[in-house]
Design a protein around this ligand. Structure first.
Ligand SMILES: [Zn+2]
Length: 446
């Protein structure tokens, strides 16, 4: 910003100086030199400044100046040529784009979305999304990045209504083509790896991405969100596929395509850090994703414990006593427990109600059994209160009724898992198990 301001200030100073020269110069009527518009017997930068101001429509030329400005010496005042030039230059003055444009700088593609004095810069290569405010200063556009406060300026030249060029401070030239008429907010971007109910995956960065279909075929696309509407361009910009988009929660949206087909998109970012699997940042321990044997928080994690305490206090007010009968269980303790069940009931039966070591949610420090870890707890008043209220404290019933083939475990009305309030509410509202919510499996490999 500072640099741009200084440049503008210097420019204004030069203009004022030139204005003075022009008044002093004409009265003397010196020798005619073509291009010496201010008639001070030298062609220099002040002539250019006068010309620029004429072209900007700031003031007219008098007769002597016009003769000096007849550079091609055809005996005609060049006002006709100059006014055509003037029109082009004025056409780029203080004219900022609106809608969304694709910038191309040496083959690198960026999206710029412009709205009322503000906008969003989306860089698919770095994945960065930055909001900015924009001002115009004659033929200069000044971008101020909201987060960092840093300013970038560029000279803007409109080639036609469908394209313009930015010549940046850095010397880079970026050419722009029109993408869509609406300004796209950063919150409308569908960034990430999404798996869909039609067996497809979408990897989206910025306003473009890669689609992998059921058979593994890959195609590229661009898309343009506009409130509840979304337009996908598969393969090429001519191939338009419109749909209606509804964002259901922080990890899901649904598109109803033009033909009526509904497709549910589930965000799925699976990361393994120190042997621990996180899906969209959520620590997972189930039959597919084990914890390492040395993962040992030693107790229920403090956040989950204080959430339980709050739930316990409110349950008490409602007339129910809740207590934790089994909280954190180490890998080695789970190992003993599981082996005892296998010895008693056999492996197949034990696998339906007890986790193999490393696969127990109790090892996470985020899972706990309340009051009575047995099916006799189902349908008790406490179980009903927990099912109806635990999400308010950040918990979910981890193994709901009728979902054994998805979670891998029979119904456990007593086992809750801490997720934090926002997420627990989203899972509760969805009516899905955590596996369904994240589109993941819970199956032993053998
Ligand atoms: Zn449990």
């Amino acid at each position: 910003m500072k640099k741009a301001k200084r440049t503008i200030a210097a420019f204004i100073a030069a203009v004022s100086a030139a204005g003075t020269l022009h008044i002093a110069g004409v009265s003397a009527a010196p020798l005619l030199i073509k291009g010496d518009i201010n008639r001070d017997s030298i062609v220099n930068v002040s002539d250019m400044v006068i010309m620029k101001n004429y072209l900007l429509g700031k003031y007219g030329l008098n007769e002597n100046q016009s003769i000096a400005a007849d550079i091609n010496d055809d005996g005609e005042l060049d006002s006709l040529d100059l006014s055509a030039l003037q029109e082009i230059i004025i056409g780029s003055m203080n004219r900022l784009p609106s809608g969304t444009w694709i910038g191309d700088c040496n083959g690198a593609k960026r999206y710029f979305s412009f709205g009322d004095g503000a906008g969003t810069l989306i860089d698919p290569s770095s994945g960065s999304v930055q909001d900015f405010t924009i001002d115009s200063d004659e033929d200069m556009a000044v971008f101020t990045m909201k987060k960092t406060g840093s300013a970038l300026s560029a000279f803007i030249t409109w080639t036609d209504d469908e394209s313009f060029v930015l010549k940046w401070d850095s010397g880079d030239t970026e050419t722009f083509r029109h993408f869509c008429d609406n300004s796209i907010k950063s919150s409308e971007l569908l960034k990430g790896h999404w798996v869909t109910s039609l067996g497809r995956t979408f990897d989206i960065d910025g306003l473009s991405g890669k689609l992998t279909d059921k058979s593994g075929n890959i195609s590229r696309f661009e898309y343009a969100p506009n409130g509840g509407d979304v337009m996908f361009h598969f393969g090429s910009t001519e191939n338009n596929t419109p749909g209606k988009i509804v964002h259901t929660d922080s990890m899901h949206f649904v598109i109803t395509w033009d033909g009526g087909t509904k497709e549910t998109f589930t965000l799925q970012k699976i990361e393994v850090r120190s042997g621990i699997t996180y899906v969209n940042g959520i620590l997972i321990a189930n039959k597919t994703y084990p914890l390492p044997s040395d993962y040992n928080p030693g107790k229920i994690l403090p956040e989950a414990q204080s959430a339980f305490n709050a739930m316990q206090a409110d349950a008490k007010k409602a007339g129910y006593n809740l207590s934790i009968v089994s909280g954190f269980r180490s890998y080695s303790y789970q190992s003993q427990l599981y082996n005892n069940y296998v010895a008693r009931d056999g492996k197949a039966a034990a696998d339906t109600y007890s986790a193999r070591p490393g696969h127990s949610e109790h090892q996470t420090g985020l899972g706990m059994d309340i009051n009575n870890a047995s099916s006799s707890f189902n349908n008790t008043a406490e179980a009903k209160w927990i099912a109806a209220n635990c999400y308010k404290y950040g918990f979910i019933i981890r193994y709901p009724q009728g979902k054994q083939n998805i979670t891998g475990y029979m119904y456990e009305s007593w086992h809750v898992r801490y997720l934090g309030k926002q997420l627990a509410k989203e899972v509760y509202d969805s009516g899905l198990t955590l596996e369904e919510f994240l589109c993941i499996d819970s199956k032993y490999k053998s």
